[in-house]
Write a protein that binds this ligand. Structure first.
Ligand code: AMP
Length: 212
């Protein structure tokens, strides 16, 4: 299964990706996590991305296209993968098409902006492995600690309300046109994100049913 997850920041792409991955034994490739990792290790790419990320802007296309080209060549992607956070612009989607990778479907998780702003204030991520949690909807087994690796859970700098508004604007202007792009290719599947993770996950499963 080669799947793209589309949706506003905080729509639940990361959470749904984790669930689909577990069931299908394929990796999730989160460009946000790759960039945060690079930032943490202080690599040249991380330094280049820093100001864009912290202000809620998109990192330039050529950097992201390079990251994805390299990552998709790794052995664990042979049987499929889920892209979480890529593509985010038309040029990125065109570059992916040009790589000759036959994407099976693009799953768009729709959530209204007002709900996103509320959700993001409760989101927490593991500073070690990037797994995501929520103070209300996805609590870890031990408060403040990651279920996967025991790392500390923190709030992302870009989940601050002002940055969230900026990210939503960027989403609507630069990423949302991808819906039409993939709809024209006959690949777009739409799911309405629910408050409860399990409810969304059921809708996601139904939408993906035909792909297996
Ligand atoms: P995310 O974790 O997916 O919300 O990504 C966090 C931030 O990383 C975004 O706000 C962007 O600054 C940057 N980023 C992640 N993926 C991309 C992408 N495909 N294109 C451009 N910037 C990206």
């Amino acid at each position: 299964m080669k799947l793209i997850l589309l949706g506003a920041p905080g729509a639940g792409k990361g959470t749904q990706a984790e669930l689909i991955c577990e069931k299908n034994h394929i990796p999730t490739i989160s460009t946000g996590n790759i960039l945060r990792e690079a930032l943490k290790s202080g690599t040249e790419m991380g330094l280049k991305a820093k100001t864009y990320m912290e202000s809620g802007q998109l990192v330039p296309d050529e950097i992201l296209i390079g990251i994805i080209k390299d990552r998709l060549q790794e052995a664990d992607c042979e049987n499929g993968f889920i892209l979480d956070g890529f593509p985010r612009t038309i040029p990125q989607a065109e570059a992916l098409d040009a790589m000759g990778i036959g994407i099976d479907a693009v799953l768009d998780i729709e959530v209204a902006d007002e709900a996103i702003v509320t959700r993001m204030s409760g989101r927490r991520v593991c500073e070690n492995c990037g797994s995501s949690y929520h103070l209300l909807y996805k609590q870890p087994k031990v408060e403040g600690k990651c279920d996967q690796c025991g790392g500390t859970l923190v709030q992302r700098k870009d989940d601050h309300p002002d940055t969230v508004k900026e990210r939503l604007e960027v989403y609507h202007t630069q990423t949302e046109p991808l819906k039409e792009f993939y709809s024209k290719q006959g690949k777009l599947l739409v799911v309405h994100g629910q408050e409860e993770i399990e409810a969304t996950s059921r809708l996601v499963e139904e939408a993906l049913e035909g792909l297996k």
